[in-house]
Write a protein that binds this ligand. Structure first.
Ligand code: DSN
Length: 430
């Protein structure tokens, strides 16, 4: 159905369901999809209703290039207060000297740091993508790999964890201007204190990308990289459970360079509705309830990893320190892609991921990355995650009874409804 024809006056007051039933219907279907499957993508979460409200709010109408008190537009007095709250909450939450809450996403947060301290061609050392890094940590097809001379460290073949002696050796060889730690598929603690020693030894700046584990840091369940790093970048929508967005924390000495790199260096007008939502997210992350939620995320990840292991599956590094569990399928007949598709048939959503030293290309991969933040958000506990592990194990059998497995997954979803009480989009009326 096409966009409904309405008069100008009607459009000015009509709601989504009246104006665009097609999109309203798709939003409703996406809500149903999220409700009816077990979300195991480690980088995803179900944000708070309060954050959803802020994301859909009126600062989307406002231009605010610049920073609080120094804008290029009039009428910024309210959004100034919003951004100031977001900045001060981010600083308080993570114990940082300075925060920039304007990056639209994690990639832009990383870009802002690179633009702040690097010149094209400068050397950088980061964790390679196939060992758990991130595409903005120097992948050749990404701006980072095109603009800068990235070199990489990996994990040890024996432990599948970062070998800090090897990082030091690589750092001495490469002499990078910046070392990047953290990544998107590393299940163990990122020891930024050890990276600091290495950075100091070779005179490099240090950046930690904590996008994945920021929520655990906020709750005191992962060492805080802020004390050891010149810059800490993050998204707000993964473990942190906020809006889809990014932010950067840094030492005061780098503050003005960072802010200038972000604007006017890279971005135009900040998305102030997103900044408002980040403020909400930071505020929530300071509460005892949030710490309790993160404790459950961790406990559930341990239960998932332990049950998979008990059932004979290979879990990379033998477990996890975070929210993320990497299933290593190399000893099985399954590729990551085939396993991802099989799990999806059983209403479990996850993503294939290369494992370190993978011989398969990333589109096929030999691993599946799993995470607990989203299902924990809808109320899954450790027993539920043991059942999730059992469903995964049963799904990866040749003679799997897919109907029965789907029914088990749906039963878990029904037991823990997502956004209970929210009627969906097509019921909204202006
Ligand atoms: N795409 C994110 C993830 O899945 O980890 C990282 O940017």
């Amino acid at each position: 159905m096409a966009v409904a024809q309405q008069t100008f006056d009607q459009l000015r007051t009509a709601g989504l369901a009246d104006v665009d039933p097609q999109i309203a219907d798709l939003l409703g279907r996406e809500l149903d999809r999220q409700r009816g499957q077990i979300e195991l993508i480690a980088s995803e979460n179900f944000t708070w209703p309060s954050v959803l409200e802020a994301v859909g709010s009126v600062p989307t109408n406002k231009y605010a290039e610049g920073y609080p008190g120094a804008r290029y537009y009039g009428g910024c007095e309210v959004v100034d207060e919003i951004e100031e709250l977001a900045r001060s909450r981010a600083k308080e939450l993570f114990g940082a000297e300075h925060a920039n809450v304007q990056p639209h996403a994690g990639a832009q947060a990383n870009m802002a740091v690179y633009f702040a301290v690097l010149s094209p061609g400068d050397r950088v050392l980061g964790l390679s993508l196939d060992h758990g890094g991130h595409l903005t940590h120097g992948l050749k097809v990404n701006f980072s790999g095109k603009l800068y001379e990235f070199h990489h460290y990996g994990v040890s073949r024996e432990t599948m964890t970062v070998d800090y002696d090897e990082v030091l050796a690589r750092a001495k060889e490469v002499r990078p201007k910046l070392i990047v730690c953290g990544g998107s598929a590393y299940p163990r603690t990122v020891e930024s204190d050890r990276f600091r020693e290495i950075a100091d030894e070779v005179g490099a700046l240090l950046m930690c990308d904590m996008a994945h584990f920021a929520g655990l840091v906020a709750a005191g369940l992962h060492p805080n990289p802020v004390a050891h790093c010149d810059f800490v970048t993050s998204t707000s929508h993964k473990t942190l459970a906020g809006p889809r967005a990014g932010f950067v924390l840094c030492r005061e000495e780098h503050a003005s360079k960072l802010d200038r790199a972000n604007f006017p260096g890279m971005q135009g007008g900040p998305l102030m509705h997103g900044v408002a939502a980040k403020a909400v997210c930071f505020g929530v992350a300071m509460t005892e309830a949030f710490r309790e939620y993160q404790g459950r995320v961790r406990a559930n990840a341990d239960a998932l990893a332990a049950t998979l292991t008990e059932r004979g599956h290979d879990v990379l590094t033998g477990g996890t320190d975070t929210h993320l569990v990497q299933l290593d399928l190399r000893r099985t007949e399954w590729t990551g892609l085939a396993a991802q598709e099989r799990l999806e048939e059983c209403r479990l959503t996850a993503n294939r991921n290369t494992v370190p030293f993978d011989e398969r290309p990333p589109k096929i991969a030999s691993g599946v990355r799993l995470g607990t933040p989203a299902a924990t958000m809808r109320g899954f506990g450790e027993d539920d995650f043991r059942e999730v592990a059992a469903i995964i194990g049963d799904a990866l059998q040749d003679d799997a009874d897919l109907d029965a497995l789907r029914a088990r997954a749906v039963a878990l979803c029904d037991e823990h409804p997502l956004y209970p009480g929210f009627g969906g989009y097509t019921t909204f009326v202006a």
